[in-house]
Design a protein around this ligand. Structure first.
Ligand code: UDP
Length: 333
C-alpha cells in the first residue's frame, strides 16, 4: 500500500516504518521533527516535514501523495507534562488528529491505524483489562487519546473511514542490533531512564510512589517490546487493506511488572556487564499515574494472529541496553 505515517521519525514510528517497508509497503513519513529524528528513518522512507496543526500543509500532502492507508503516531506522549500543560496537549494531539482526519475525509478517505494507549482506561477496576472495560483517563494525555478515538468513530459514521485503534501498554526495548532505539527530548520512561542512569548520565533512579495498592507498593505496568508492537501495526494495516471492519485492540504481553521488579531486571542486565546496581530513591507519586495497567490482548491474537516474540523482561531490557550503550547520547552526533 501507499502509506502515510505521521510521527514516523519517532521511537515507535521508526521501528514500525522499518517493518512496513519490509512488508512491501511504500511509506511517506509526515513528521514535524519536534521530537523525532530523521536519522531514525531507513533510506526507503520519504520524509515530509509537516506539522499536523498546519491544515493547509497537511491537505497539500494528501493531494500529492494520495495515500491509501494512514498510520497515525504523531502526538505528545508524556503523562506528567500533560498535567502541567493541558492546552499544549489538547491542541497538539486533538486538533492535530482532527486536521489529519479532516484532510483524509476531504480527499482519499484512507483507513487509519491509530496509536492509542492503555491510559484511556485510567484506574482500571480489575486487570488484565479487556478492550470494553470502562474508560476514565486519569491524565490529560489519556484524555487526548480517548478524544481522538471518539473522532475516529465519528469519521467512520459520517465519512465511512475505517480504522484500527491499537491501545499500547508500556512500550520499551529496541530493534536488536542497536541501530535505532528510544531517544525522547525529555526522558521520562522508566527503562530508558534506568539505562541512562546505568551509563552514569544520572545519579540515581527515583521510584515514584511506594504507597500504591499493589504487592510491593509500586505501580504495575505491562511492558511490550517495540518490535512486537510494530508487528501489530503491520497486521492492522493488512486487515484494513483486506477490507476488515474497524476494530480496537489492546497490545500488551498480559503480564505486569512493578517498578521495583523492572529495576531489579535492569540491575541483572547491567551487573552482568560488570556495572554496579542502580542507586534508588523513593519519591512522591507522579500525578496521573494509575496503580496497575495490564493488558488482556486476546482479541488481537484471535483476530489478527498477533504473537509477541519478546516475552522475557530481561531480554527486552537487553535490546534497549544494546541501543543505549552504542548510542549513549541517542541520535545526537
Ligand atoms: N517511574 C518511576 N520512576 C521514573 C520513571 C517512571 O517510578 O523515573 C514509574 C512511573 O511512575 C510509572 C512507571 O514507572 O508508574 C512507568 O512509567 P513510564 O513513564 O515509563 O510509562 P507510563 O506508564 O507513564 O506510560
Amino acid at each position: 500500500m501507499n502509506l502515510l505515517v505521521t510521527g514516523g521519525a519517532g521511537y515507535i514510528g521508526s521501528h514500525t516504518v522499518r517493518r512496513l517497508l519490509g512488508a512491501g509497503h511504500r511509506v511517506t513519513v509526515l513528521d514535524n521533527l519536534s521530537s523525532g529524528h530523521p536519522e531514525a528513518l531507513p533510506p526507503g522512507a520519504t520524509l515530509e516535514r509537516v506539522d499536523l496543526l498546519d491544515l493547509e500543509a497537511v491537505r497539500e500532502v494528501f493531494g500529492r501523495v494520495k495515500p491509501d492507508g494512514l498510520v497515525h503516531f504523531a502526538a505528545l506522549i508524556e503523562v506528567g507534562e500533560s498535567m502541567r500543560a493541558p492546552a499544549r496537549y489538547y491542541r497538539n494531539n486533538v486538533v492535530g488528529s482532527l486536521n489529519l482526519l479532516q484532510a483524509n475525509a476531504e480527499t482519499v478517505k484512507a483507513p487509519v491505524v491509530f496509536s492509542s494507549t492503555a491510559a484511556v482506561y485510567g484506574d482500571a477496576e480489575s486487570t488484565p483489562i479487556p478492550e470494553d472495560a470502562p474508560k476514565g483517563p486519569t491524565s490529560v494525555y489519556g484524555e487526548t487519546k480517548l478524544m481522538t478515538e471518539q473522532m475516529l468513530n465519528a469519521f467512520e459514521r459520517s465519512h465511512g473511514v475505517r480504522h484500527v485503534k491499537l491501545r499500547y501498554f508500556n512500550v520499551c526495548g529496541a530493534e536488536p542490533g542497536g541501530q535505532i532505539g528510544e531517544d525522547h527530548p525529555n526522558k521520562t520512561h522508566l527503562i530508558e531512564l534506568a539505562l541512562l542512569t546505568a551509563l552514569g548520565q544520572r545519579e540515581k533512579m527515583m521510584i515514584f510512589g511506594e504507597d500504591y495498592p499493589t504487592p510491593d507498593g509500586t505501580c504495575i505496568r505491562d511492558y511490550i517490546h517495540v518490535v512486537d508492537l510494530a508487528d501489530a501495526h503491520v497486521l492492522a494495516v493488512q486487515a484494513l487493506a483486506d477490507g476488515g471492519d474497524s476494530a480496537t485492540y489492546n497490545v500488551g504481553l498480559g503480564h505486569g511488572f512493578s517498578v521495583r521488579q523492572v529495576l531489579d531486571a535492569v540491575d541483572e542486565v547491567i551487573t552482568a556487564d560488570g556495572l554496579p546496581p542502580l542507586t534508588r530513591e523513593v519519591a512522591p507519586r507522579r500525578a496521573g499515574d494509575p496503580p496497575s495497567l495490564v493488558a488482556d490482548s486476546r482479541r488481537i491474537k484471535e483476530d489478527l494472529g498477533w504473537t509477541p516474540h519478546f516475552t522475557d523482561l530481561r531480554e527486552i531490557i537487553r535490546t534497549a541496553w544494546e541501543w543505549h550503550r552504542q548510542h549513549p547520547h541517542g541520535f545526537a552526533k
